[in-house]
Design a protein. Sequence first.
Length: 322
Amino acid sequence: MQRILVTGALGQIGSELVPALRARYGAEAVVASDIRMMPKNDLFATGPFEFVDCTKAKQIQEVVRRHDIDTIYHLAALLSAVAEEKPQVAWDINMGGLYRILEVARQNRCAVFTPSSIGAFGPGTPRDRTPQDTIQRPNTMYGVTKVAGELLCDYYHKRFGVDTRGVRYPGIISHTAPPGGGTTDYAVDIFYEAVRHGRYICFLGPETSLDMMYMPDAVKAAIEVMEADPARLEHRNAFNVTAMQFTPEELAAEIRKHMPGFTIDYRVDPVRQGIADSWPDSLDDSAAREEWGWTPDYTLPVMTADMLENLKKKLHSAEPVA
Ligand SMILES: NC(=O)c1ccc[n+]([C@@H]2O[C@H](COP(=O)([O-])OP(=O)(O)OC[C@H]3O[C@@H](n4cnc5c(N)ncnc54)[C@H](O)[C@@H]3O)[C@@H](O)[C@H]2O)c1
């Protein structure tokens, strides 16, 4: 029986991964944790919740031992745009946090899932069908911490036998918790603004192509890579995974199929555009497909229809009664 700790659980991914893990392994078996405390959040009502700052080894150790944890989903991190604003803090949280999680995992024989990102690639990486194993020379602090994190996880597996696994997520689209300050956040914001105001001002240029994935596929990837037969894994950490690629222009056209009056304008943010331009246009995820059977369920049209339906319910039910 698994006993799971999720760090950074109140973020965009944790808000949906924790309920999925609780449904699969039992509510009491999944301890959610974060440095934010939001007692009204559903994660507090549906199972154990702990305050854990992942830069503090003692806090991680205490919770891992008290709950007899054997698997850690380590989600706490600063995302790309925030990390560019605060590179020193990003290093402390992304690298310091991961190092401490791996050390506690080594001492307590825990398995560890760590998400890397398309941000682990850089301007020298082949942009189309970016291979699993290729040039990784990112020029952002986020990217530096993601590449170093991938290597550190591989090292802990090889040197100490820690069962480390992970995927390189593309931009994640979801409607439960807001995104945490990444370069692909536009692909979530656009839906909120479409439903609220019927128009959107995009911070990336119309032809910026990036890999994306709908949250149910992101949750599925995390659980499936952790459940994969280790004998089949040639890679361990940082499997390329993707579900779709599109530009802001193409996403707007898809939204217009449901909302014909929807308009999009562009006010390019040079920092986030610079980050996006250094990332691949499309990933080759054949290693994940071959080694643990990865296949996404959601395409651009299916994701768009589902996002709009869910956000209409969420935002309209939140409107004050006149
Ligand atoms: N969301 C995406 O599009 C995306 C894409 C690629 C990779 N990822 C990776 O997935 C992971 C989770 O991303 P997310 O989108 O859920 O992030 P998020 O920003 O939404 O959430 C991160 C959570 O970590 C918490 N946190 C910050 N510092 C902490 C600390 N010191 N100790 C404990 N918790 C702390 C925050 O309070 C927040 O709840 C990250 O490693 C991120 O790099 C995300």
